[in-house]
Design a protein around this ligand. Structure first.
Ligand code: AMP
Length: 503
């Protein structure tokens, strides 16, 4: 009996003393010790009533224990649904009600709020702290260190990751064992990962980038990771000399470049720097090469598909492009309306097909149907152009998405909240260039002038209501919003007007 994803990633390594995690305090966790930890968590999940096919929703700090929880959920045959640690209790309610998990794992400080929400869907609640404390951590400590993985096939679901919806409603992207394993195998080969690799892991593990691209690829190769709880420039600079590879969002590279300690000597033993999740400016790419003699390898993907394209490991890494389709994955650039394939060089919407493409949106068959073409291609919503060498450049998005610090923010969700404010009349939320975050969230608002005169006084009003990365970094008051003849707000004009508000 097989468990497709678990067997491939960890199954063969249960008895190896090779290192898997290097922790900042110097502790080293071998594959054997990590697999024992995973087994303890898997036994704890089963003892809490988790069965194959159940959802396990987790909002947990990044730690060896929360990483073990991910693998344990897969081993138990359940479906892992991680949530951004920044989400407020109000935001959690939607995800829990939508996923209907049998178990919710939350930060100890959220236990009361989450219990009230979980009760409505009949889910059990357990807590997990960063240091492995909490009721789930305690339960795991008392469990046996072996576990027989539940049988799971290629098409069985391994994870549901939520992506923000254009209407403000998040959609759960269903990823199967086959989806995740195929992408890990493709990336291991494309980026030449081996058991000698040491990946400096500073990404969050509630997002596909840190959770799948980093962890799955390294585990499949039998390599190890220097596992940082979060990205901090000092810690990354300290540990880069011990690493062979690094994965980051553009913000990480911009922050590293701002530090004089980033030199050629510091990264002389590195073999690979990967960037993705948001556009890497050509200037950043060139500046990084000038400073370190390394050319960042930029790749492109999304939650629904994991990785789609990559610049080559061997070969020309073209700044400003996201490279070519990965092996086994087909892409085409089509007219957004007619779906007619366009000629090379023309701009259209990027469509993708391959073993990496997800199984659809959780409990949203109509939404799923509307985002797939009849021949099975998934419509990414990204606007792209393919050059004569097959390299893809992303030029924009058909959807109104903002990517701030690597996280997606859908304006509609923020606009609804701003409009509800006592002083608010209407608003348009836009993304504008920001040196550190790539794009920053800005709200242009029309307000009741009897109640509010200064834009700054709006700043605190969304605090605590939505995750920090979604909160507008600036507000601007306008008498009215620019609209076209169809009444649609012309965000393009607002983006032009506030283009330089952070520079
Ligand atoms: P997510 O689902 O959070 O991974 O976000 C996916 C979106 O991030 C894609 O649809 C793209 O718009 C964007 N994205 C990912 N990688 C890149 C990249 N290398 N350059 C530009 N945009 C990217």
């Amino acid at each position: 009996m097989v468990n497709v994803l678990f067997d491939a990633l960890l199954g063969d390594r249960r008895d190896t003393a090779a290192p898997f995690l290097h922790l900042p305090d110097g502790e080293l966790i071998s594959y054997r010790a990590f697999c024992e930890l995973v087994s303890r968590y898997a036994n704890a999940l089963v003892s809490q009533g988790v069965k194959p096919g159940d959802r396990v929703t987790a909002q947990a700090e990044k730690s060896p224990d929360s990483l073990a929880l991910y693998f344990a959920t897969i081993a138990a045959g359940a479906i892992y649904s991680p949530l951004n640690t920044d989400y407020t209790a109000t935001e959690l309610e939607y995800f829990i009600q939508d996923a209907e998990p049998s178990l919710v794992i939350c930060l100890p400080l959220r236990e009361r709020d989450v219990s009230m929400i979980a009760r409505k869907v009949g889910a059990a609640v357990a807590t997990l702290g960063a240091d492995g404390s909490g009721s789930l951590g305690d339960a795991a400590k008392g469990q046996g260190s072996t576990f027989v993985p539940a049988p799971r096939g290629e098409d069985d679901l391994a994870a549901i990751l939520y992506t923000s919806g254009t209407t403000g409603r998040s959609k759960g992207a269903m990823l199967s064992h086959g989806n995740l394993l195929s992408n890990a195998a493709t990336l291991r080969k494309a980026w030449a990962f081996t058991e000698h690799d040491v990946l400096l892991h500073a990404l969050p593990i509630f997002h596909a980038h840190g959770l799948f691209v980093a962890n799955n690829t390294v585990a499949l190769a039998g390599g190890s990771m220097i596992f940082h709880p979060r990205f901090l420039v000092d810690d990354v600079i300290r540990d880069l000399p011990a690493a062979t590879s690094f994965m980051g969002i553009p913000t990480f590279y911009i922050r590293l470049l701002a530090d004089a300690r980033l030199t050629r000597e510091l990264v002389a033993d590195m073999r690979l720097f990967v960037s993705g999740s948001a556009p890497l400016l050509s200037e950043t790419h060139l500046e990084f090469e000038r400073c370190t003699a390394h050319r960042i390898l930029e790749r492109y993907g999304m939650t629904e598909t994991t990785m789609i394209t990559s610049n080559p490991y061997n070969g020309d890494r073209k700044a400003g492009t996201v490279g070519r389709p990965l092996p086994g994955i087909s892409v085409r650039v089509c007219d957004a309306e007619t779906s007619k394939e366009l000629a090379p060089g023309e701009i259209g919407v990027l469509e993708v097909a391959g073993p990496n493409v997800f199984k659809g949106y959780w409990r949203m068959p109509e939404k799923t149907a509307s985002e797939f073409r009849a021949d099975g291609y998934f419509v990414t919503g990204d606007l792209a152009r393919i050059d004569a060498d097959g390299y893809i450049t992303l030029v924009g998005r058909t959807k109104d998405l903002i990517i701030s610090g690597g996280y997606n923010v859908y304006p509609k969700e923020i606009e609804l909240l701003v409009d509800e404010l006592d002083s608010g009349v209407e608003s348009a939320v836009i993304g504008v260039p920001h040196l550190d975050f790539g794009e920053a969230v800005v709200a242009v608002v029309v307000v009741d002038s009897n109640k509010i005169t200064a834009a700054d006084s709006l700043m605190p009003l969304l605090k605590g209501k939505i995750a920090k990365f979604k909160q507008p970094k600036r507000y601007f008051i306008e008498e009215s919003l620019p609209r076209n003849s169809m009444g649609k707000v012309q965000k393009k004009l607002l983006r032009e007007k506030y283009l330089n508000c952070f520079t």
